[in-house]
Design a protein around this ligand. Structure first.
Ligand code: EPZ
Length: 417
């Protein structure tokens, strides 16, 4: 298995271009199930998770043809409505095929996505929402089976905002008969990107990006060309890395307003930022101030940036509290940072008290999940000595060529087989 080796102490300098967003591409590619015809996607990131969802769709009979960051997906010849366990277990976001399959074919069998390192991650709200639309749901032998002659529009309340839950039910309601309303819906930019694509395909949707989304079902959607938005979490990751190393970088091809929660907290930590229309210049300072954060649904501070920010706070001047309010087990990176000399104590499972230390020391560490791996890269960039990160396959799921991008910014980083 590959490892990443980093010798710390270099300031990041230069420019980095942000790739397409994994969490926008996944629902968008799944939405092609709704359509008889070929959808064309631009700015698709080259990631393991994208390969996984293409394999899953091809198993259903969808044809995928990709050239670099361009992807064509044709849902005309789908002959199967069952998403196999072997394919689903590789990526939880496979649940995103459930809504479109039921909406278009009235039947779907999708393996229950197991939990993952960061939490149990149930899909109850996805299923309750489909039941509200008239689907009959059964769960047997680890499979979800959903059946409906035709989905009927209805009001759906989410107990808490769920990103893929909102996306699944958006894709289900656009072909349901009549009107639907999604309340307490997720407001993430990736949800808005999906809604805009569905509208381009002929769906009738209002209010995407707010907590109340109104949909009027249509009989059929038509193919279209879709541009995938830049990855706001990759954007935030490079911004935090620049602040941590005291560097000066220009993050290009991004959407600053989508990462406002991180800009706000980096400002409070003392980083200097110039915000442009599609880029952000970040200048780190010698000293970093400790800043409390609480992860929240968008537009709050994103949970997917919590691990990266903890690495920054581990060398800040002072103490801070990091409250992870979205997932129940998203502090595994803390154990690895402790091995690098950080001073972190976890209480009640989702509060981390981080006391800033002078320096981190390099150490062999292990990635546990996608964003934890990014946290360890940032820690390696600022630690004294050479850090080796194992299990970097976690990182390859969500970051395109991350070691090449950091090396181009002057980091002493390389992938070792
Ligand atoms: C999406 O996951 C993202 N994944 C995650 O990114 C991200 O961390 C998460 O949203 C929160 O922003 C994709 O978009 C593919 P949720 P999702 O449903 O949709 C609970 C990454 O690093 N919940 O918004 O699965 C759930 O347990 C990944 O790229 C239920 O209880 O997250 C969690 O506590 C990691 N029942 C909270 O809601 C449900 O039916 C929010 O989860 C659904 C969710």
């Amino acid at each position: 298995m590959d490892k990443i080796q980093i010798t710390g102490g270099r300031k990041l300098e230069g420019e980095v271009s942000i790739s397409g967003a994994k969490n926008a591409a996944l629902p968008l590619i799944a939405s092609s199930i709704l359509i008889e015809g070929t959808c064309r996607f631009n700015n698709v990131p080259d990631l393991m998770d994208i390969k996984s969802i293409k394999l899953l769709l091809e198993d259903l009979g969808v044809t995928c043809h990709s050239e670099g960051r361009y992807l064509e997906v044709d849902g005309s010849h789908i002959h199967k409505i069952e998403a196999e366990y072997d394919l689903v277990r590789k990526m939880r976001a496979s649940i995103l095929v459930l809504g479109p399959l039921v909406a278009r074919f009235g039947h779907a069998k999708v393996s229950l996505p197991g939990g993952c390192a960061i939490g149990a991650r149930p899909v109850n709200m996805h299923l309750t929402g489909l039941e509200a639309l008239g689907a009959k749901i059964s769960i047997e032998h680890g499979f979800i089976e959903a059946k409906a002659d035709r989905l009927i529009g209805n009001e759906i309340y989410f107990d808490t905002p769920t990103v893929t839950g909102t996306e699944n039910l958006l894709m289900a309601t656009v072909l349901a008969k009549g009107k639907s309303v999604l309340r307490n819906a997720a407001r993430e930019p990736e949800v808005v990107c999906l809604a805009n694509a569905l509208i381009k395909m002929g769906a009738k949707i209002e209010g995407a990006g707010t907590a109340m989304i109104k949909i009027e079902g249509v009989d059929k959607l038509h193919p279209c060309d879709i541009n995938i938005i830049p990855d706001r979490i990759e954007t935030g990751t490079f911004m935090v890395a620049a602040a941590a190393t005291g560097g000066n970088i220009l993050v290009k091809d991004c959407i600053p307003e989508n990462i406002g929660g991180v800009i706000n907290k980096l400002k409070a930590a003392g980083a200097e930022m110039d915000i442009f229309e599609d880029s952000i210049r970040v200048k780190g300072k010698e000293s970093i101030k400790s800043v409390d954060i609480k992860t929240l649904p968008y537009p709050g501070f994103p949970t997917d940036m919590q691990a990266q920010f903890m690495a920054l706070m581990s060398i800040a001047d002072g103490n801070c509290v990091i409250h992870e309010s979205i997932f129940e087990n998203r502090f595994m990176h803390a154990n690895e940072l402790l091995r690098m000399g950080a001073d972190i104590s976890i209480s009640q499972g989702n509060y981390a008290m981080v006391k800033g230390v002078e320096k981190l020391q390099a150490a062999p560490v292990m990635a546990s999940d996608l964003r934890a791996s990014a946290s360890l890269v940032i820690a390696g960039l600022i630690a004294q000595g050479t850090t080796v990160i194992s299990r970097v396959y976690h990182m390859d799921r969500g970051y395109e060529f991350i070691e090449k991008k950091f090396a181009a910014l002057g980091a002493d980083i390389a992938r070792i087989k």
